[in-house]
Each structure stands twice: as structure tokens, then as C-alpha cells.
Design a protein around this ligand. Structure first.
Ligand SMILES: C[S@@+](CC[C@H](N)C(=O)[O-])C[C@H]1O[C@@H](n2cnc3c(N)ncnc32)[C@H](O)[C@@H]1O
Length: 312
């Protein structure tokens, strides 16, 4: 079964392997939740594991679950940021009630559905890895875990954020970058370097390199961890053919969907948070240029044509 249309669902991405055929996806581009940074959906969600180690293993399990869906020559780009041990320890319980639901206090905050404060579970300090101020190297641990499971790591791309707001810290440098890991399943894989070459000083196109300077692109609304479109564009252009299928399991506000559509790729997306899911659909619909020439179709029909749900 070929995927003919975009499919987006308000579901846990772990349901996807049961719904899609194997070898149907050309590219996965995504930004999973970081460890102990935000609450998106409530207790027990990805990112709320008791330890960084458990988080790394759980996250790798997610991508292993998607592996059969990815074509043999497919690509996967995963964006990740790091965490310091001890930042905001104990704050977790302020944001969730005894049942693990997000408190009304938290819902009333400006950034409604998650906190801007780190929410680390209390872990006993051991004077080694677990001591306050320690940079946990979670992205590196994740990349190593993936390698040990058989994924081939092709790049550790640094996404540098030139517009990063200076932090108030006084005893270290401001963090201005995140990682984008490029994984593949086999040694021969699709890759279109020409599609993303940049102009060199000699006036000839050159390889853009593995440090990408891209400003963050805040969205109005409740979601601050959005992908910049330029970042997604580079991954999609290099990592998938036109008319290929792009999958973002942690779709958030739908940036990957919008860019995939603009670049003539089909899109599969899942998002567990209902509000983000609705926001993503609205944002996507607004991003579609209306074709004024096919007067027989009203705008709603045109929008719906781009979207197919599993339970249709
Ligand atoms: C870092 S955000 C992604 C932001 C996205 N790149 C954008 O441009 O808006 C991670 C998202 O994953 C969602 N999420 C977390 N666990 C999930 C799961 N198991 N299935 C689907 N979505 C999930 C969260 O609700 C959150 O919106």
C-alpha cells in the first residue's frame, strides 16, 4: 500500500507501527520531548522518566518501533537538546496534582500546557554523574544507545541559534546550540546533497557543513519548542525525494507538515496533545495558498483534499 495523502492523527505515535505498512516512509524528521523539561500531556509521558538513563532507553525504544516503517534507504533526523542535573529539582509536583494531572495553576499560566521550568524528578546525588550543575550529555548518550542498537550515525549536526537570548548564568557559557542526529538503516541510502548546497566564496556551490546557524522561530500561542522552517527544509530536501513520505511522530505545532507540503512531500504526523494537534491543523490550513483558478472548489474542500485521517 502506497501512502497517497497526508495522514495526521491526535494519537500516541507508538500506535503508528500498527497502522502503516512497513517500508513506507522515506524520512523521519522530529524533535522529541527533552528529559524533564516540560509537561505536554500529563504523568507517565515521554520525558518524565525517573532518570536520564531510563529516558534514553525509552526514547530509543520509540525509534526502534518506527524502524520497520522506514525504507531501507531512508533517513532519520532527530533534534535534541541537553539538560543540567538539578535544575528545578522538586518543581515537578507543583505542576501536577496527586493523580498526575496538570494543575489548574499551571493551565492558567501564559504558556498553558507545559511549564517553562525544568521539572526534574528528585534523584539522589551520588557525587558522580548525579551532582548539581552537571551537564548530563543526554543527546550523546542517546546517540550511543542508538548505535548500540544498530543504527548508523552519519552526522551530529550542530544547530546554532544566533538569536539565543543571553542566560542569567554567571559560572558557565550560555548554551546556544542543540544537536540534530542523522541516522540511517543501511550504508546505501538516499541523500541529495546538491539540493542543499550553499554558495561558496569562489561562487561555486559547496557542502553546507555540519554547523547550521538558524534563528529560533517563536510562534504566538502556547508552544515555544517549535522547529524553525529552515532547519526542517534542509532535512527534507537532502533526506527525501519529491513525492516521498515524511513522518514526524512528535508533530507539535505542525512545522514539519507545513514544510513537507510546501516541498511536495507527503506527510504522516502524530501529536498526543489535543490543543497542539488542533493548532497544527489550523496553522497548516492557513499555510496553504488558495488556488483561485479552480473556482468549482470551495476553500474548505481544498483544505480537506490535503488531509486524510486513518478512521475515514
Ligand atoms: C518538542 S515538541 C515538538 C515541536 C515541533 N517540532 C514543532 O515544530 O512544533 C514535542 C511534542 O511531542 C508531543 N508528544 C510527546 N509524547 C508523544 C507521544 N507519545 N506521541 C505523540 N506525541 C507526543 C508533545 O505533546 C509535544 O507537542
Amino acid at each position: 500500500m502506497d501512502i497517497e495523502r497526508d495522514i495526521v492523527e491526535n494519537i500516541n505515535c507508538l500506535e503508528i507501527p500498527n497502522k502503516l505498512p512497513q517500508n513506507s516512509i522515506d524520512l523521519i524528521v522530529t524533535s522529541p520531548p527533552y528529559w524533564a523539561k516540560r509537561i505536554y500531556n500529563g504523568s507517565g509521558e515521554l520525558g518524565s522518566e525517573e532518570t536520564p538513563d531510563l529516558f534514553v532507553k525509552t526514547l530509543a525504544d520509540f525509534f526502534d518501533a518506527f524502524e520497520p516503517l522506514l525504507k531501507k534507504d531512508g533517513n532519520m533526523f532527530i533534534n535534541m537538546g541537553d539538560t543540567f542535573f538539578g535544575s528545578g529539582a522538586g518543581a515537578w509536583k507543583k505542576y501536577v496534582d496527586k493523580e498526575g494531572n496538570i494543575t489548574q495553576h499551571q493551565r492558567n499560566r501564559k504558556e498553558k500546557f507545559f511549564t517553562t521550568k525544568p521539572l526534574q524528578p528528585k534523584i539522589k546525588q551520588d557525587g558522580k554523574l548525579y551532582q548539581n550543575k552537571q551537564l548530563l550529555l543526554i543527546p550523546s548518550r542517546f546517540a550511543i544507545e542508538m548505535q548500540q542498537r544498530g543504527w548508523i550515525l552519519r552526522d551530529d549536526i550542530i544547530w546554532r541559534k544566533p538569536n539565543r537570548i543571553p542566560a542569567s548564568v554567571k559560572d558557565r557559557f550560555n548554551n546556544t546550540y542543540e544537536h540534530i542526529f542523522h541516522f540511517v538503516k543501511s550504508k546505501k541510502y538516499y541523500f541529495d546533497l546538491d539540493a542543499v548546497k550553499v554558495m561558496g566564496a569562489n561562487g561555486k556551490p559547496k557542502n553546507p557543513g555540519d554547523v547550521w546557524d538558524i534563528n529560533t522561530q517563536p510562534l504566538s500561542g502556547s508552544h515555544t519548542a517549535t522547529f524553525p522552517e529552515e532547519l526542517v527544509e534542509k532535512c527534507i530536501k537532502s533526506g527525501s525525494p519529491e513525492n516521498g513520505v515524511v513522518f514526524d511522530p512528535f508533530m507539535g505545532t505542525g512545522t514539519t507538515w507545513i514544510v513537507a507540503h510546501r516541498l511536495n512531500r507527503k506527510f504522516i504526523g502524530t501529536e498526543m496533545n489535543k490543543d497542539f494537534f488542533e493548532f497544527a491543523k489550523e496553522r497548516f490550513n492557513k499555510s496553504i495558498p488558495v488556488d483561485n483558478h479552480s473556482e468549482n472548489l470551495d476553500i474548505e474542500t481544498k483544505k480537506q483534499m490535503n488531509l486524510k485521517l486513518f478512521d475515514d
